[in-house]
Design a protein around this ligand. Structure first.
Ligand SMILES: Nc1ncnc2c1ncn2[C@@H]1O[C@H](COP(=O)(O)OP(=O)(O)OP(=O)(O)O)[C@@H](O)[C@H]1O
Ligand SMILES: [Mg+2]
Length: 354
């Protein structure tokens, strides 16, 4: 396996702008992971995704881990496993989930991560944690900026550049301080130097797919920008990326949000779970940035570095220009944010659980 030679027992330092962080990972034996997770006990299970189940565990030194265990071995799964381990082994950033190591014994494939005590953004927005209302406005703003910073690192600082291809609420995990950690690099692609995009089979999750990627398999950084736009709308408004209007009709969150934003009805767009407690200018900023990210035309989307700058409020003039852009004029008809479901990729595009 190619990744084994890359990663084998290594430990290195990865450069991050302004900071040097030691990146280390190691092999885990199956025996050690059985002991850490109480034999993959059902009570330890944190969740389940396309790759397999994720279990909470504790190592002999007391540290807490999350172990993702491959469901069924196949060549495709092996590729996903290698991609995730290889890419995670290359990157280290405060907003990316760190790899602790992995285990490959027989057909068993397991990936070991730091445990994130506040689970996923998805569980707080639409799942088990939603009723606790732990995501106040300040936390949401930090999660938005942190997620964008993590992805900007992948797009602009990692060598070669990396596109994630599966940015969504269940892949943004939250640490003990509710800081965002972008996870799940199983679908990620390395972009060769000089290339503007790579053409691939479509993978990802319905509701988050950029149209040019869903239709033509054209994957570029801009597809992640689109997905982040959907995620930012979810974070601000508390709605799901796709809403079922009837058994055959679905509306995307941007189709719902754009007319309201054009009429400047930002107050009505805030997640009702916030109980009206939010900073109006920040909410407006998040919604405007989100909608520009989720534009149908990739050339009209910002880069992830611009997204970070705009979300932080560091670019007041650019933001004012954005608000006055024709795209946000209320008299404009535009169907560029219409959601398109491709029919030829159902085997690799997953749908969010209801
Ligand atoms: N490091 C972690 N710490 C805490 N919980 C985690 C960790 N990794 C995953 N989880 C939990 O396990 C769940 C399942 O994760 P997984 O990535 O396998 O599936 P998913 O994100 O729901 O779907 P997909 O397979 O499309 O990525 C997550 O939603 C999250 O709640
Ligand atoms: Mg995931």
């Amino acid at each position: 396996m190619a990744f084994l030679s890359f990663i084998c027992g290594s430990s290195s330092d990865v450069r991050e702008p302004g900071r040097r962080i030691s990146s280390s990972w190691r092999f885990f034996s199956l025996k050690e992971l059985h002991a850490a997770t109480n034999n993959f006990n059902y009570d330890n299970k944190l969740g389940e995704g396309g790759f397999g189940s994720v279990y909470w565990g504790q190592l002999w030194d007391g540290s807490q881990i999350a172990v993702k265990r491959l469901k069924v071995w196949s060549n495709k799964a092996e590729l996903e496993f290698s991609a995730e381990v290889e890419i995670l082994g290359r990157v280290r950033h405060k907003n990316l989930l760190s790899l602790r190591g992995y285990c490959a014994e027989g057909h068993e494939r397991l990936i070991v991560y730091d445990y994130m005590p506040n689970l996923s953004l998805m569980s707080h927005l639409h799942g088990e944690q939603a009723a606790d209302r732990l995501l106040d406005w300040n936390r949401r703003m930090n999660i938005a900026i942190g997620s964008a910073e993590g992805i900007a690192y992948l797009h602009h600082h990692a060598t070669p550049h990396i596109i994630h291809r599966d940015i969504k609420a269940s892949n943004v995990l939250l640490d003990s301080d509710f800081q965002a950690r972008v996870s799940d690099f199983g679908f990620a692609k390395l972009i060769p130097e000089g290339a503007t995009h790579v053409t691939t089979r479509v993978k990802g999750t319905l509701g988050y797919l950029a149209p040019e990627y869903a239709l033509f398999g054209k994957a570029s950084e801009s597809c992640d920008v689109y997905s982040l736009g959907v995620l930012l709308l979810e974070l601000a408004c508390g709605r799901k990326p796709l809403e079922k209007l009837s058994p055959t009709l679905r509306r995307s969150i941007s189709e719902w949000a754009l007319p309201l934003a054009r009429e400047r009805r930002f107050d009505e767009m805030a997640d009702p779970k916030l109980d009206g407690k939010f900073v109006y200018v920040e909410l407006k900023r998040m919604v405007l940035v989100a909608l520009v990210c989720a534009r149908g035309t990739p050339e009209k989307r910002p880069t992830m570095l611009e997204v970070v700058e705009w979300l932080k409020g560091d670019a007041t003039e650019k933001l004012a220009a954005l608000e006055n852009d024709a795209f946000f004029r209320s008299d404009r008809f535009d169907n560029s944010s219409r959601f398109i479901v491709p029919d030829n990729c159902s085997d690799c595009v997953t749908e969010e659980k209801e």
